[in-house]
Design a protein around this ligand. Structure first.
Ligand code: GRF
Length: 197
């Protein structure tokens, strides 16, 4: 069973989707720690309500080394960035090769990369006038939102959408679906690999 670490920075709705999937038996893994780079965010309340250990590592020059130490201490097999708004440095990427995944609220390669996060992504999609957007789960590498794509789900843009209504629908219809599914698939593949020896 994989040890899953979830990194957050805000409301934690994607963390909640993961918790719900684990508790419903849809993910053959355990969330061993939730790490936030911001204190007092609601994602930490969600962890507390579900008795999941959590830790705040404040933004700063030693963030990456403290994070690597914490992840190793918790024997993390998979690191999930769920609404996590910080770029991870080489030290973290090298410590967890192809073991870090992220959910981005657009269909990469559209509306992604440096500066595209949260509502800014949906504002750019509306400004461009796209009729379809969605979410992407991808591996994390040294290029912002540039890692191998794992899965995507499309969401229609409505004529009266605002960035807020579009963000909500992309979360509900796409992020909260494909992130737990991606984690479940990775856990199942690892379980099969271990059985096959
Ligand atoms: C979501 O739009 C997510 O795609 C982005 O951050 C926003 C908040 O995520 N990465 P959460 O509610 O904190 O999971």
């Amino acid at each position: 069973m994989l040890n899953i670490a979830v990194l957050v920075s805000g409301g934690g709705s994607n963390l909640q989707a993961l918790i719900n999937a684990v508790e419903a038996g849809g993910i053959n893994g355990r969330i061993v720690t939730v790490v936030s780079n911001k204190p007092g965010v609601y994602a930490l309340e969600r962890a507390k309500k579900h008795s999941i250990p959590f830790k705040v590592i404040p933004d700063g020059k030693d963030f990456d080394s403290l994070l690597v130490a914490h992840l190793k201490e918790n024997k993390a097999d998979l690191v999930v960035l769920a609404g996590f708004l910080r770029i991870l440095g080489k030290e973290v990427l090298d410590a967890f090769p192809k073991k870090i995944i992220n959910v981005h609220p657009s269909l990469i390669p559209s509306f992604c990369g440096d500066g595209f996060y949260g509502l800014k992504v949906h504002r750019a999609a509306l400004d461009y006038g796209v009729k379809v957007t969605g979410a992407t789960v991808h591996y994390v590498n040294d290029i912002t939102d540039g890692g191998e794509i794992i899965s995507q789900k499309a969401v229609c843009v409505k004529p009266d959408d605002t960035p807020e209504t579009l963000q909500r629908r992309v979360m509900e219809e796409a992020e909260w679906v494909i992130l737990p599914q991606a984690v479940a698939d990775i856990c199942n593949k690892e379980r099969k690999d271990r059985k096959d020896g």
